[in-house]
Design a protein around this ligand. Structure first.
Ligand code: ADP
Ligand code: MG
Length: 611
């Protein structure tokens, strides 16, 4: 047989690679703005026509390029920002891959004008499909102007895949806002279809946030500030009373780079705890500075995920810092009944020389009733009882048992679960196949089995997505699910998140998803419905990409997978549910903010008899 392998021609390889970097006009906006920032610009103009489909142009007053550099800039892996692999670990520029301009030039008509300060005249380049069509000398101000026209002119399929102008514009605004919010000292001018849409003067961060989101936001901001050995946090969160129905303005910037992180998001939300009414979301603008060698910036060109070395410690610090600031601004209740001692970081964390990681991992197998059962049997053997019992049994045995009691009692007290509140002989009962009733010292507690299980699954999923290893159940026969094009698009967007919790995709075509592995907790007969609910949740919850989808995915899956009301649970299952619920970080609320349990105190019960 003859040989069949060929090297792809450059222009094809470039087009394929370009698809990674440039998904839509907003990707071009991001890359060009970041290049301008990296070039040290103090003034940047962004011009958009036809939602970027016709034109994206960025004009900066940065350091410009020499003629040779200008030509070289469009080669793949041509960058002035790193020289060695080690440089990757101490990045202080936005770009470093040297791919953006090459990618953009592969799929659009590009016109570049650039001049350095010490040059009389600048350089003009016109590039199409990666080849330089025209080069000239021009009069142009110091800095760089790059105009990207007719995006995807040579890939009609990609061009057709672009969404409506409204949607594409929204993506552009998202990217623009992210850059503008990280560089309040830079002046930005935004022209949409020839009219000036936004003019941002230089100022401090608060002024920038106000300039971007409107005057009203000013009074809503609570400043956040904390410095420890491993992180410096600055920025703002919104006061709880201004929380919104829609998640909109939620931003994390790590070392001045916009990132998404469901785990840290959870830390902030957790700090708000009961301060928010159900279904409301706080805004936040949080700037985290960490030593560059403690993070792993995903080298993938378009990803905004990031991995931290000490995520758990960061979680605790972030949560307590936000909580503290809310408290200082008199917005947190004086008494925090839901305080979870394991989550608290002493506020003088910064004065400590070494940082120990707070324990926030919970043991899903922990069953407080195990302890309590032992405890109750211990109770049974307490001296008073033992006195009459000693009539029948050998006292030696009793003494040995007594010795054990102490040990057990100590274990109970140390547990996360507030065991002291539970009657020693606590039993659970399922009521109307909906509630678990359990007796506690102060009265009784009714747990909603569905909502409680949602909370348990939600935290478990978030944990899996952010820290745990992947566990997956292999399917004997791959499973095919059919969806419309839009949902398939969504699925691709969240594919890596789904993979992190155990879904394995063998392929995703235009209308079919083929799975060859699923999380072990998922029933494969319910997959179609599960995905439908998930896509629905994402469409309804997420305002165009400005927020980590991890949280929505976890919530939606938790809701779909949770034990339903009407399902009978045996005693062990009931007890497990209880134990798992109370080893959650936020046991009292479902992921959607509903109460997972209510308590009825003995006094309240008594009162009902008294009346
Ligand atoms: P990267 O930003 O990853 O280095 P790019 O393809 O975005 O890769 O840019 C390639 C190079 O072109 C940059 O390293 C930089 O030297 C130069 N460059 C790009 N845009 C500008 C600009 N606006 N001003 C000055 N130099 C630029
Ligand atoms: Mg770049």
């Amino acid at each position: 047989m003859s040989d069949i392998i060929q090297l792809l021609p450059d222009h094809v390889a470039n087009q394929i690679a370009a698809g990674e970097v440039v998904q839509r006009p907003a990707s071009v906006v991001k890359e060009l703005l970041e290049n301008a920032i990296d070039a040290g610009a103090t003034e940047i103009k962004l011009l958009i026509k036809d939602a970027g489909k016709t034109l994206v142009q960025v004009i900066d007053n940065g350091k410009g390029m020499s003629t040779t550099d200008a030509r070289l800039a469009f080669e793949r892996h041509a960058t002035s920002k790193i020289r060695t692999a080690e440089d990757l670990f101490c990045l202080n520029t936005k770009g470093f891959r040297g791919e953006a301009l090459a990618s953009i030039a592969a799929i659009a008509h590009v016109e570049l004008k650039t001049k350095q300060t010490d040059q009389e005249l600048g350089t003009l380049l016109k590039i199409e499909g990666n080849s330089i069509q025209h080069q000239d000398v021009v009069t142009t101000p110091t800095g760089t102007s790059i105009a990207v026209k007719n995006l995807f002119f040579n890939i009609p399929a990609r061009r057709n895949f672009l969404k409506s102008n409204t949607v594409e514009m929204r993506h552009i605004m998202d990217e623009f806002n992210r850059v503008a919010l990280t560089h309040p000292a830079v002046v930005f001018d935004f022209y949409n279809n020839d009219s000036e849409t936004l003019n941002l003067n230089n100022g401090n961060l608060r002024q920038r946030i106000v300039a971007v989101f409107g005057k009203k936001i000013n009074e809503k901001l609570v400043p956040i500030e904390e410095t420890t050995d491993i992180i410096k946090i600055t920025g703002f969160v919104s006061k709880p009373e201004f929380a919104k129905k829609k998640r909109g303005e939620q931003f994390f910037f790590v070392n001045n780079r916009f990132i998404k992180n469901g785990y840290l998001h959870h830390a902030v939300i957790n700090a708000f705890n009961d301060l928010l009414p159900t279904g409301y979301h706080p805004s936040y603008f949080l700037y985290l500075n960490v030593p560059p060698n403690t993070i792993d910036i995903n080298i993938h060109p378009t990803k905004t995920e990031i991995k931290f070395d000490n995520e758990q410690a960061l979680y605790a610090i972030l949560r307590s810092t936000v909580k503290h600031s809310l408290g200082q601004y008199n917005v947190a209740p004086v008494l925090d009944f839901n305080r979870d001692a394991t989550m608290d970081v002493p506020y003088h964390f910064k004065d400590k020389t070494s940082v120990s990681t707070p324990q926030i991992q919970v043991n899903p197998d922990f069953n407080p009733f195990e302890q309590e059962n032992k405890d109750s049997s211990a109770n049974y053997n307490r001296p008073k009882v033992a006195q009459w019992e000693s009539l029948y049994v050998d006292t030696d045995v009793d003494e040995k048992n007594l010795h054990n009691i102490d040990v057990d009692a100590q274990i109970v007290n140390r547990e996360l679960f507030d065991a002291s509140d539970y009657e020693t002989k606590s039993k659970t009962h399922q009521v109307h196949q909906k509630y678990i009733l359990s007796v506690i010292k102060s009265g009784v507690v009714f747990i909603n089995q569905n909502l409680a299980h949602q909370r348990i699954l939600y935290e478990e999923l978030l944990r899996k997505m952010t820290i745990d290893d992947i566990t997956s159940q292999q399917l004997l026969f791959p499973l095919e699910l059919v969806f419309n094009l839009f949902d398939i698009g969504l699925c691709k967007e969240i594919q890596s998140d789904l993979e992190s919790i155990g879904f394995q995709f063998s392929s995703i075509t235009d209308d079919t998803i083929i799975l060859n592995g699923i999380p072990s907790s998922v029933d494969q007969n319910k997959l179609q419905a599960l995905f439908e609910e998930l896509f629905e949740a994402i469409k309804n919850e997420i305002p165009e990409s400005s927020f980590s989808q991890l949280d929505t995915i976890a919530k939606s899956l938790a809701k779909s997978l949770a034990i339903k009301n009407g399902q009978k649970l045996n005693t062990t299952e009931q007890e497990q549910l209880l134990a798992q619920l109370f080893s959650c970080k936020e046991p009292n609320l479902s992921p959607f903010g509903k109460k997972t349990y209510i308590t009825l105190s003995s006094e309240e019960i008594q009162l009902k008899f008294d009346n």
